[in-house]
Design a protein around this ligand. Structure first.
Ligand code: FE2
Length: 331
């Protein structure tokens, strides 16, 4: 080793990006209160009228639900510092993506001082921020904790008719790396999942696409939002709470082959799924690991539990409708 530590100037933001918060617009605030606080077990934080804010860790909030007539969702991404933020903003500028800088009450309603908001793939609003408000008191959650830290609040899965453009977007903007792939046939449709990581979490973004004819069976902008808990008991107890509350379990407990996450999926009040998982293996060396392609999204379990014929028909309708509308892509 050289006596002088000559480090190349980094031009990557890999490792400096994490999912910070989810911002949900919904007319169903009372359902969200019950779902997130009593079912999943997050802590209801102080918030303004017409807004619910939930905590999972020392951040002032991780999930914000605003009362709005239309369902929508946006994602907040925490960036490590101003240098990394400027790199991302200059990449967006180079691509002609309009970014709105927002402070004041709107930013503080997300638990931050300033946000940089733009429209990402599939018209999903994305918000960048640097410093989250931290609260000293631990949140009163119903689980033993949530796995966050450098891994961020969790991950999202997005269905798309333009997987190449969407994957290119995350790779160009966030220097996302591909962890692995999964191929499966679900509901008679061949699907390919691409798992993208931006920090130690196995993936922060999963991109799901049909193979062959490009269809999108989900009308919601995200297919699911996932959070992780530290013990299998936490998953078990949350599953029991959701069942007791009558929250629909869309896929019962099972295990994914790639991150080995043991999880279940329930239906959020906004129509996207919510996955709660335990035991994700995050720490394989992304630089040296081959990008394995797994067959099947689940090693075992994840069987449909409370899915109805109406759900299947709805997905078929959305898939067909998707053929007749444009999916926005910023580049
Ligand atoms: Fe997931």
């Amino acid at each position: 080793m050289n006596a002088i530590d000559v480090r190349p100037t980094t031009t990557s933001v890999y490792g400096a990006v994490q999912l910070g918060y989810a911002l949900v617009d919904s007319p169903r605030l009372s359902e969200w209160r019950r779902f997130a606080a009593e079912g999943i077990g997050m802590a209801l934080a102080d918030s303004e009228p017409g807004t619910l804010a939930f905590r999972s860790d020392d951040h002032a909030l991780r999930l914000v639900v605003r009362k709005r007539p239309q369902e929508d969702v946006a994602l907040g991404w925490q960036i490590a510092g101003p240098n990394e933020l400027n790199m991302i903003l200059s990449r967006l500028a180079a691509r002609g993506v309009k970014v709105e800088e927002i402070g004041g009450d709107e930013a503080s309603s997300r638990g931050v001082e300033r946000i940089w908001r733009f429209i990402g793939p599939k018209s999903l609003a994305l918000e960048l921020f640097i410093e989250p408000k931290i609260v000293a008191d631990p949140p009163k959650v119903l689980v033993s904790g949530f796995v966050t830290g450098a891994r961020g609040m969790g991950h999202v899965a997005i269905t798309t008719r333009k997987p190449d453009a969407m994957i290119a977007f995350w790779r160009e903007i966030f220097d996302a790396k591909i962890s692995d792939y999964i191929l499966d046939r679900i509901g008679g449709v061949n699907l390919k999942f691409t798992f993208l990581r931006v920090n130690p979490r196995h993936h922060s973004i999963a991109v799901a696409a049909t193979r062959g004819l490009a269809m999108d069976p989900f009308a919601t902008k995200i297919q699911h939002l996932e959070m992780q808990v530290p013990t299998l008991d936490d998953v078990s107890e949350a599953y029991r709470r959701c069942r007791a509350l009558g929250i629909r379990i869309m896929m019962a407990v099972g295990q994914h082959p790639n991150d080995r996450d043991v999880s279940f999926y329930c239906m959020s009040p906004s129509g996207f799924y919510f996955e709660l998982g335990w035991g994700s293996k995050d720490d394989h060396d992304i630089e040296t690991s081959p990008q394995t392609t797994y067959e099947g999204v689940s090693l075992w379990g994840h069987k449909p539990q409370d899915q109805t014929l109406g759900d299947k028909l709805g997905q078929m309708r959305s898939a067909v409708a998707s053929l007749f509308r444009q999916e926005y892509s910023p580049f």
